[in-house]
Design a protein around this ligand. Structure first.
Ligand code: PGA
Length: 248
């Protein structure tokens, strides 16, 4: 059985003092969680958050990573930097990075390989835009995004990554994929993984993301293919996020 993983993606929210407060509120609320609990914070919050999560079951994640070990890449962070700052996870290829910052499937792959090589668990985001779903090529697209992101990894490595299926039209819009839509597309992603990596497909954890909240988490999490959630807006309040963690 795959252990569910609920990750908060804070995006560009929370200063270090706000971050510390949120995590301090969250820790007792999720202490009994049956799933893995992760908060992916802005890099300036790493110090405050890694101190505040010490001794708790909350893990720290970053929102991006560069593929080079070091060098003249102004504004970027290496996997080793993230590791030393206390990160265990890193979001890669979020649709906002793809849309606003020119992220491509190729750079998503480079970042994924660097994260895995450094011992970070990537949370690789894939998902279609509304017009792509309407045109009927969601399945082809998410399979392509997934397999391109994973290129160069071994089946053992693939088994340990996390994939987040995030339909772009559902992110921050209040529109959620139906439980069945999310389950079906995540099933397509899993079969794409199987086609290239065999049984690793049964181990890889695939989250749903896109306006997941305390109200819809329960239904989504009942679906057999869905192994967790990547939570934006609802991860910014301790009580809401803890309710998602408990699938209520
Ligand atoms: P949302 O964001 O929950 O606010 O829709 C999800 C995400 O972008 O990961």
């Amino acid at each position: 059985m795959r252990k569910p993983i609920i990750a908060g993606n804070w995006k560009m929210n929370k200063t270090p003092s706000e971050a510390r407060q949120l995590v301090q509120e969250l820790a007792p609320l999720v202490a009994d969680a049956q799933c893995d609990v992760v908060v992916c914070t802005p890099a300036v919050d790493f110090a405050a958050v890694s101190e505040a999560i010490r001794g708790t079951n909350i893990k720290l994640g970053a929102q991006n990573v560069h593929w080079k070990e070091s060098g003249a890449y102004t504004g970027e962070l290496s996997a080793a930097m993230l590791k030393e700052a206390g990160c265990e996870y890193v979001v890669i290829g979020h649709s906002e990075r793809r849309q606003y910052f020119g992220e491509t499937d190729e750079t998503v792959n480079l970042r994924t390989r660097a994260a895995v090589a450094a011992g970070l668990t990537p949370i690789i985001c894939v998902g279609e835009k509304r017009e792509q779903r309407e045109a009927g090529y969601t399945d082809t697209l998410v399979a392509y995004q997934t397999l391109t992101a994973l290129t160069g990894l071994t089946a053992e490595q693939v088994a340990k990554v996390v994939i987040a299926y995030e339909p772009v039209w559902a992110i921050g819009t209040g529109l959620t994929a139906t439980d069945e839509q999310a389950n079906e597309t995540i099933g397509v992603i899993r079969e794409a993984v199987r086609s290239a990596y065999g049984d690793a497909a049964d181990e890889v954890r695939i989250q749903y993301g896109g306006s997941m909240n305390p109200k819809n988490a329960h239904g989504l999490m009942l679906q057999p293919q869905i192994d967790g959630g990547l939570i934006g807006g609802a991860s910014l309040k301790a009580e809401d996020f803890s309710k998602v963690v408990h699938f209520e």
